[in-house]
Design a protein around this ligand. Structure first.
Ligand code: ADP
Length: 405
């Protein structure tokens, strides 16, 4: 069986060349296309096509799945904003401006644009949604939000952050412990389902989400905010829906909660003033998922951000991301603990004094400290030694400091 994939035509470059948007959001140039069926006419912008990859041939057989073609324009773009005849539009290559836009065109609509970036036609009143156009059999899940790597990290492998670890033990791990089920019901304890981790990059937010997953023996779903937002065509909201559905299914299958981790949440849910049309739709979708928690109870959502002031306040209201935990750069004692954790089982020479290293790495994040240890191991290897010496750690820390300026 030849391999095939499905996509929405976003540009007709020539009779034999197309740009298509695949369901995972990537755009692909399809060259040397040939019709697959006899009744094939030329492909139009917006058509959903099936592209057969034929490794033995130069050509790509194209089959039209759904004829929603717009038959005009070169590029489909979703309008973000319009003023004075100019529109800000989102295409899969990011934001652009389009001129000569009539006044009846408004935000959220899809328009066809000429190759010279002028308005050509209005295509639909909403962003095209590939899934709605696809035949039923093709709409199966092909998103991969589930984090499949082995997760072995526990809260004990996190240095410092005592208040974070305490909150997680009290609000998630203990209430979920089967032994406490009766007590939990008697006391009417509700689980904390929305947590917001905020603090600088590299302070252990992702690591902590992994530890939570590990402790509740659940599945982890990681959604990268910027990656999600960079995909448009109505796919973004669907992907949010999908990740929650997937997480729910996983929780049902395992009998344990799923963790959905939104990294860089600020990129998906910026405060109202800064949000464009796409982002407002994403926030609305996210809120509707968060507000559906009561019926679920088997999903724990964790948002991470280093820009808490720039997040939409609606998301932080009670019942949503209402447990907010601050991740700060580690203090001296925590730095020593992180160094120790990062070293793990690696043999160290007798002269190593981690307190001294911790003292010399004042402004470092946990990620910096982990990197110092990694680099020190390379240095030991370079010296052909079987253990890490103080000198290796010292040089490695100095280099890191220098790199940070
Ligand atoms: P964030 O999500 O806040 O950007 P990560 O959790 O991805 O940070 O941290 C990156 C790496 O830095 C981790 O894999 C770990 O090696 C190290 N690290 C960061 N903070 C800590 C910590 N508190 N304890 C142990 N290791 C840490």
């Amino acid at each position: 069986m030849p391999d095939f994939y499905v996509g929405c035509v976003t540009q007709c470059l020539s009779e034999t060349e197309l740009l298509v948007m695949r369901r995972n959001g990537t755009e692909e140039l399809v060259e040397n296309i040939v019709p697959h069926e006899t009744d094939y006419d030329s492909v139009e912008l917006g058509d959903v096509v099936k592209i057969e990859e034929r490794p033995s041939h130069e050509d790509r057989a194209v089959d039209i799945y759904s004829r929603t073609g717009f038959s005009s324009g070169n590029i489909a773009a979703v309008v973000e904003d319009v003023f004075n005849g100019t529109a800000i539009v989102r295409t899969n290559n990011g934001l652009s401006t389009v001129t000569r836009v009539p006044s009846h065109v408004s935000a959220g609509e899809t328009i066809a644009v000429t190759a010279g970036w002028t308005y050509h036609d209005r295509l639909s009143d909403s962003p095209p949604d590939i899934d709605d156009l696809l035949p039923e059999s093709e709409t199966s899940d092909d998103y991969e939000w589930r984090y499949d790597d082995d997760i072995s990290v526990t809260l004990e492998d996190i240095g410092g952050l005592d208040h974070v670890k305490r909150a997680i033990r009290e609000q998630i791990i203990q209430p979920l412990d089967a032994e406490n089920e009766e007590l939990r019901e008697t006391l009417g304890v509700t689980l904390s389902q929305g947590l917001l981790f905020h603090g600088p990059a590299g302070t252990g937010k992702t690591r902590t989400a992994k530890a939570v997953t590990n402790h509740v023996d659940g599945d982890l779903f990681i959604v990268d905010g910027p990656e999600l937002v960079s995909k448009y065509y109505g796919e973004t909201e669907r992907q949010i829906r999908d990740v929650f559905q997937e997480a729910e299914r996983a929780a049902e299958a395992s009998g344990n909660p799923s963790i959905v981790f939104f990294d860089e949440l600020d990129s998906m849910a910026p405060s109202r003033g800064q949000a464009d049309e796409t982002e407002r739709r994403i926030v609305a979708q996210l809120l509707s998922e968060l507000d559906g928690f009561d019926e679920r109870g088997d999903i724990i959502v964790i948002g991470a951000t280093n820009l808490i002031d720039e997040i939409d306040q609606a998301i932080l209201r009670p019942g949503r991301f209402d447990t907010q935990l601050e991740f700060s750069k580690p203090e001296l004692e925590a730095r020593e603990a992180i160094l120790q954790i990062s070293i793990g089982d690696t043999p160290i020479a007798e002269d190593v004094d981690l307190t001294v290293v911790a003292e010399q790495t004042g402004d470092f994040t946990g990620a910096d400290l982990a990197a110092v240890v990694e680099q020190a191991k390379y240095l030991a290897l370079q010296d052909g030694e079987k253990s890490v010496r103080m000198e290796h750690l010292r040089i490695s820390a100095a280099r890191r400091q220098e790199a940070q300026g």
